[in-house]
Design a binder for this molecule. Structure first.
Ligand code: RUB
Length: 429
């Protein structure tokens, strides 16, 4: 066995999808031997190494080697390939092992300039070995007690620094202005300027107040990110104080940490913030596509996850590329995947009254849309900012998405808060 072994490259091989994990890669090589790379990737990511070892039997080689089963040359040095990994190589219910296998050492090979994992498909039983979301899309609607449709929310701003009473006021104003979902920002955990317990208890009291005064359930996604032990304590605190949701920075916390929280069955949906994903997902030819992460976090069991807005401040800044990225990630959250529930996408980052209509047209009905600066930057504060976002959503659902028609709509329909927001953003007197 070596990279020369034909077992690793069988371009016409038909494999059984229920017996293999099939992974789509983009490969860019520094070497001048693409066929060798077609062997090297499956070899290094299954049973092989750079030369035959005495302990390798023909039986192992035939049964357990991964195989490039499809290759398409884009240029002399760039190809798209599909690799089939026999399911026996995987441990059920173990995402870290799965990622170490097909997205592990291969990323460091010196014959590769770039490598990108674009997608993966797993057999049904393997998918079902994972917990998956406890709530998923329907569970989130049920928690809020609402029917289908875009859920509007905000991120408390400033990103960091506000004391608990200000944090709580920003939250209360956002809810009383009509928003349904408020989340902490991704680096907000338990700093001296805003201790976790003080913040959470104040905010959750306001959530109770909204419920008793308006009969509406609102959600506060409390960021519990930390060590596993800390996250467990924080989740217990949130639950004991009547909280309805946990937020975790799922990329920085890591797969096992997130799954551990999922498996404690706190009875609270998990809002997955993806801070740091860009280091992994951003390069078109290198790293891991967001839809791969989305699928992995769905298997682990998050209920909602950030996947982009298309029209906001994050992403590639090119509508076509962003559409492709966001649509395919969202599809990974809802396509059939064993018996696992579908996950709610979250569109966030640079959202405001001028782009929410386009986001709704592209992503509704099943989406949580959160706007931080787009709410709290309103000249009259967070409550009017929240109202303006709700009004812009109403217009967006009617197909009024462009700035000038939206401004006219706000005048014609006496949507004062929206009109004021647009005046500022469109520099009108
Ligand atoms: C948005 C914000 C969000 C990130 C998430 O603030 O803080 O956490 O943008 O990005 P604002 P993504 O609404 O003020 O821009 O969803 O792409 O991971």
């Amino acid at each position: 066995m070596s990279y020369e072994d034909n077992v690793f490259y069988q371009p016409d091989l038909e494999v059984e999808p229920e017996e293999n994990v099939i992974v789509d890669f983009d490969v860019v090589t520094t070497a001048n031997n693409m066929e060798r790379v077609f062997r090297e990737i499956p070899a290094e990511s299954s049973v092989g190494t750079w030369q035959r070892v005495w302990s390798m039997s023909d039986d192992i080689l035939q049964k357990l080697s991964a195989k490039t089963i499809h290759s398409q040359l884009i240029t002399d040095t760039h190809a798209k390939i599909k690799v089939a990994y026999p399911i026996e190589l995987f441990e059920p219910n173990n995402i870290p092992q799965m990622m170490s296998l097909f997205a592990g050492n291969v990323f460091g090979m010196n014959s590769l300039q770039y490598l990108r994992v674009n997608d993966f498909e797993v057999p049904t039983d393997f998918a079902n070995s994972f917990p998956g979301p406890a709530f998923g899309i329907q569970g989130i609607y049920d928690t809020l007690g609402i029917e289908k449709g875009p859920i509007l929310g905000t991120i408390v701003k400033p990103k960091l620094g506000a004391p608990p009473e200000v944090h709580a006021k920003v939250t209360m104003d956002s809810w009383s202005g009509g928003l349904q979902w408020v989340k902490d920002d991704e680096p907000q955990t338990n700093q001296d300027f805003c201790p976790f317990e003080d913040r959470i208890s104040r905010v959750l009291e306001y959530a109770d107040q909204i419920k008793s005064e308006q009969g509406r359930q609102v959600i506060y996604a409390c960021n519990i990110t930390g060590t596993i032990e800390t996250m467990v304590k924080r989740a217990e605190y949130v639950k004991d104080h009547g909280g309805k949701c946990l937020m975790i920075d799922v990329v920085t916390v890591g797969f096992s940490g997130v799954q551990y929280i999922r498996e404690q069955n706190f009875g609270l949906p998990i809002h997955a913030h993806r801070a740091m994903h860009g280091a992994i997902t951003r390069h078109h030819q290198h790293g891991i596509h967001m839809k791969v992460l989305a699928k992995a976090y769905r298997m682990i069991g998050v209920d909602a996850i950030h996947t982009g807005t298309i029209y906001g401040k994050m992403g590639y800044g090119k509508i076509d590329e962003d559409k492709k990225e966001v649509f395919s990630s969202n599809q990974a959250l809802t396509d059939k995947l064993g018996n696992l529930k579908p996950v709610m996408p979250i569109a966030s980052g640079g959202v405001g009254v001028t782009n929410i209509g386009k986001i709704i047209q592209a992503l509704a009905p099943n989406v949580i849309i959160t706007a931080g600066g787009g709410v709290h930057g309103h000249p009259n504060g967070s409550q009017d900012g929240a109202k303006s976002l709700v009004q812009a959503k109403e217009a967006g659902l009617q197909g009024i998405v462009d700035e000038e028609p939206l401004y006219q709509w706000s005048i014609d329909n006496n949507k004062e808060e929206l009109q004021i927001a647009l005046k500022k953003l469109l520099n009108k007197d």
